[in-house]
Design a protein around this ligand. Structure first.
Ligand code: SF4
Length: 351
């Protein structure tokens, strides 16, 4: 079991069991969440016998980096292995003005989106809060040159179907690691009860809704398991989230040529979102070698779609193309690791 995942209060309770005063819990918290310690020997101001006692029962980080693949533009995709051998992915994205990471909340995913490698394999299990936060801390330790400023919950899994662990990880990132809630984005396919619950948590993260279609019928083709929640209900929950938190939403829209990218689809999308605050983020599909089902629209088509939305008064952004050399979609690195023992990835980086 990892210490990462425990709050300072829980760490203080832990040291109390070993007859140590509660300030030792705060020291422990400082070492793991602010100094990214990965070895008990680094914790020089904690008594050696206390470190040794805790080490009998706990590791520090419950996950470790097992491989990575680097793109020429600085993006790095990491494969993590957990205690039971399950594997997940995270992505490190450096920009001139910030460093963002994309973390996973589940090993696999139950949503089975038609365009996603992770979804095609189904869910293995939920991650713990420690396994979610552990991704951020391991990457910060791995890349000490720049401070990670933004965390996006957009990796493997549907965060709101692992609600308690996801929320605890958000609180740990804010309260223990020191992230601003404004710099945390939680991406969901739209789980109305989860969105409503989150709006009452006083953890005002940015909510990104993976919309991808302007009507229920088309959406059911792309996100089959999301059919139990109608768009009207999802968008009503989004409105409640905005009312409760004051945070604008982002509507993610994956553009798939000939599927959801016509000007008529753009008109329907604009109508669907009328009265709802938030920008639309267009994501032109990034084709994956192993799956030729979908294609990326051409530049003219993307521009035409965008113009319809803008003419209807919607602010539109387009996701910056990053990680070209590692164009594998979400879940591809994990799949490689399962299918072949020698994928085109490097071994775990040295510490
Ligand atoms: S796109 Fe996201 S929600 Fe859909 S199957 Fe993949 S990981 Fe799950």
């Amino acid at each position: 079991m990892g210490l990462i995942g425990l709050t300072t209060e829980e760490l203080s309770e832990l040291v109390a069991k070993h007859k140590a005063p509660s300030y030792r819990g705060k020291q422990l918290s400082h070492w793991i969440y602010r100094r990214y310690a990965s070895d008990f020997n680094e914790m020089s101001d904690l008594p050696a016998d206390l470190r040794s006692d805790i080490h009998q029962e706990y590791t520090i980080n419950p996950i470790h980096i097992s491989a990575c693949v680097k793109s020429s533009d600085g993006v790095v995709k990491y494969l993590f292995e957990m205690g039971d051998g399950e594997r997940i992915e995270s992505v490190y994205l450096p920009y001139p003005d910030r460093v963002s990471i994309c973390v996973s909340t589940q090993a696999g995913c139950p949503m089975r989106c038609a365009f996603c490698a992770t979804g095609s394999e189904g869910l293995s299990r939920n991650l713990t809060a420690g396994e979610i936060v552990g991704q951020a801390l391991a990457l910060q330790r791995e890349r000490p040159d720049r401070r990670i400023s933004h965390v996006v919950y957009m990796g493997m899994g549907e965060p709101l179907l692992n609600y308690d662990a996801t929320l605890k990880s958000v609180r740990l990132l804010i309260n223990e690691v020191g992230f601003s809630a404004r710099h945390i984005t939680l991406s969901t396919v739209g789980v109305p009860d989860g969105i409503r619950k989150l709006s009452r948590e006083n953890a005002p993260v940015t909510l990104a809704l993976s919309l991808h279609a302007p009507n229920d019928q088309l959406r059911a083709r792309l996100i089959p398991t999301a059919m139990k929640w109608r768009l009207a209900e999802i968008l009503q929950a989004c409105r409640e989230y905005f009312d409760a938190t004051g945070r604008n939403l982002t509507f993610e829209y994956l553009l798939l040529q000939g599927v959801n990218d016509s000007p008529e689809h753009a008109e329907s999308l604009a109508t669907l979102l009328e009265g709802l605050p938030g920008n639309v983020n267009l994501i032109p599909y990034n084709p994956v070698k192993v799956d030729q089902t979908f294609r990326r629209p051409n530049t003219k088509g993307i521009q035409a779609f965008r113009e319809v939305l803008e003419r209807r008064g919607r602010v539109v952004t387009q996701r910056m193309e990053r990680g070209g050399g590692i164009s594998a979609a979400c879940g591809q690195l994990r799949r490689h690791a399962f299918e072949a023992q020698q994928p085109e990835i490097s071994a775990a980086p040295e510490r």
